[in-house]
Design a protein around this ligand. Structure first.
Ligand code: NAD
Ligand code: MLT
Length: 305
């Protein structure tokens, strides 16, 4: 069988496939006609978030059995088109949860203490000690939108440093929230009470622009962290809210336009700190998701669940 890999994944995953004598072809950064040509005889396609697996791509791949997503979000894959074609879509839902949660916590502390801004000033030769007065997270309230795998891991970590937890997630039980020490609330209450608001939903038609101007206006000077998906928060509204002081600062790992959000107004705002979609970028996480995805491809080839 031919496995086409169009976004870089860890060697450990490639090895799992090669060890079973399948042909593995890597073609990174291909798009347009080049991508259509590359998938023409593929039996499996493995991607991360870089490759857009559109209906056109799926229709150009008549031999395809499975699209493996070496990570969590499947918003870059047209699942309806895959289903129409009888193609399985399998993600790796567990392997990068800890990495994403750790990055979220790092971003929350970094924005509350202006770490990147202070770092840049000192590297530029300035001792700007008097200009940075941070916020202690202990004793403050964490508002979590989306209390799934990553949201729960973030909840545990920030609970342990003394934050109170309030969460908006219409699909999670009161009981599960209680076990985590989180109070379930509606979105408005979560926004109002959050000293730090953190987003952990998938990007779906329901969550696209979930947090816009009206929602941000409910915040009273807290920080916003988004390590989930661009497009869940309206970027222009967030940039304005930070400029106006409605939001004290924001920390973003994901953008509506990737790889480079060159048109995002957020890049020009001093109190917005950014990373280039690094949430899952640890050695352990990349190995986990690559191996798990390779195993799912093998299961699909073998007709296993
Ligand atoms: P998950 O499916 O385990 O949890 C998502 C949660 O969001 C669920 O509990 C669900 O009930 C909730 N939800 C769905 N729709 C909602 C809505 N309209 N309002 C409120 N809550 C809603 O997913 P996860 O593994 O926790 O991943 C969370 C997000 O993080 C995804 O978008 C994923 O793609 C992203 N992610 C990003 C990185 C990164 O590199 N930055 C790494 C891993 C995951
Ligand atoms: C994910 O959804 O798992 C993230 O986008 C991580 C990634 O693949 O970069």
């Amino acid at each position: 069988m031919k496995v086409l890999v169009t976004d870089p994944i860890a060697d450990a995953g490639i090895d799992v496939l090669r060890d079973t004598d399948h042909e593995v072809v890597t073609a990174y950064d291909v798009e347009g006609d080049e991508l259509l040509d590359a998938v023409a005889d593929a039996n499996a396609l493995i991607v991360r978030s870089g490759t857009e697996v559109t209906r056109e791509v799926l229709e150009a791949a008549p031999e395809l059995v499975i699209v493996g997503r070496a990570g969590i979000g499947v918003d870059n894959i047209d699942i309806e088109a895959a289903t129409d074609q009888g193609v399985i879509v399998a993600n790796a839902p567990e392997g990068n949860v800890r990495a994403a949660a750790e990055h979220t916590v790092a971003m929350a502390f970094a924005t509350a203490r202006s770490v990147p801004q202070a770092h840049a000033r000192l590297k530029a030769g300035e001792w700007a000690k008097g200009e940075f007065l941070g916020t202690e997270l202990n004793g403050k309230t964490l508002g979590i939108v989306g209390l799934g795998r990553v949201g729960q891991e973030v909840a545990k970590k920030l609970d342990s440093i003394g934050m109170d937890l309030v969460a908006f997630d219409p699909y999670i039980s009161e009981e599960r929230a209680e076990q985590l020490g989180a109070e379930l609330a509606d979105l408005e209450t979560t926004l109002k009470r959050a000293d730090v608001l953190t987003i952990h939903t998938p990007l779906t038609p329901e969550t696209a622009n979930l947090i816009g101007e009206t929602e941000l206006a409910e915040m009273e000077g807290g920080y916003v962290v988004n390590c989930a998906r661009g497009g869940i928060i309206d970027e222009a509204a967030l940039a304005e809210a930070v400029e106006d002081g409605i939001v004290a600062g924001a920390a973003l790992d994901v953008f509506a336009e990737e790889p480079l959000p060159k048109d995002s107004p957020l890049l020009d705002v001093e109190d917005v700190i950014v990373t280039p979609h690094l949430g899952a970028s640890t050695e352990a996480a990349q190995e986990n998701v690559a191996v798990s995805t390779a195993e799912q491809v093998l299961a699909a080839f073998n007709g296993e669940p």
